[in-house]
Design a protein around this ligand. Structure first.
Ligand code: B16
Ligand code: MG
Length: 217
């Protein structure tokens, strides 16, 4: 059977995309252009620096590497202020139950996120102790769809990649999990995440039996 589950953060465990949106919008507006929710969608799973590059391109603006650093830091300060107010009510439905059930069944859990703020978010929503390993934007050099984040997760848990199941909401993340040789559950729409082994709309639809069936497919 499978021995570990690796979870993406934004879009799977919590919806931090709303806070990213507010902070990026504020930055774009200060720079004199607009930033839409549709554009924000395209930034899911994308690192902070890459997100800024895309936003500047959408706004038709060029900035030096040093200026980009300053802008990314400013956005992050606003974002960090917001996530410091997060509460356990913000955990997406089914997450806590699934993590508890996995632990009770002796299945290891890891986080596999592009965010450099993952630890504080898990702390604020009160589920940090339910993870056996954390791999995030501070540990990883290649972004999804590169499999590095998930391979490092498996390694940190001491479990072979073939025995891991990944939960992801972004197509780049689904591809990263496949490239790591893992089974992957997509959280979202079938037409977007069709490459996943199973697509559901939320972790509420997942129990141990679903995962056992998926793993033996
Ligand atoms: P930070 P995930 C990703 O989280 C977000 O989806 C993405 O929008 C964000 O830019 C990225 O984290 C980096 O976040 O600025 O906090 O380092 O989906 O990989 O958990
Ligand atoms: Mg995500």
């Amino acid at each position: 059977v499978f021995e570990a589950c690796i979870f993406d953060l934004d879009g799977v465990i919590v919806d931090t995309a709303v806070y990213h949106f507010k902070a990026w919008k504020r930055l774009a507006n200060e720079l004199g252009f607009n930033f839409t929710e549709a554009q924000n969608e395209k930034l899911k799973g994308i690192s902070r620096v890459k997100s800024l590059e895309l936003i500047l391109a959408w706004g038709g603006m060029e900035k030096s590497a040093e200026e980009q650093q300053i802008l990314a830091t400013r956005k992050n300060e606003w974002y960090v202020d917001m996530i410091h107010h997060m509460t356990p009510e913000e955990i997406l439905p089914g997450t806590k139950e699934l993590l508890d059930n996995l632990r009770a069944a002796g299945i290891k859990t890891a986080l596999g996120s592009a965010s450099k703020n993952a630890t504080v978010i898990l702390e604020k929503v009160g589920i940090l102790p339910l993870f056996d390993a954390l791999v995030d934007g501070n540990t990883v050099s290649a972004s999804k769809p590169d499999p590095e984040v998930f391979l490092k997760g498996a390694e940190a848990l001491g479990i072979s990649p073939a025995k891991c199941i990944v939960f992801e909401d972004a197509i780049a993340g689904v591809q990263a999990a496949k490239a790591a040789g893992m089974k992957v559950v997509g959280i979202g729409e079938e037409d977007v995440l069709g490459e996943a082994d199973l697509v559901v709309s939320s972790l509420e639809q997942i129990d141990l039996q679903t995962l056992t069936n998926l793993y033996s497919k």
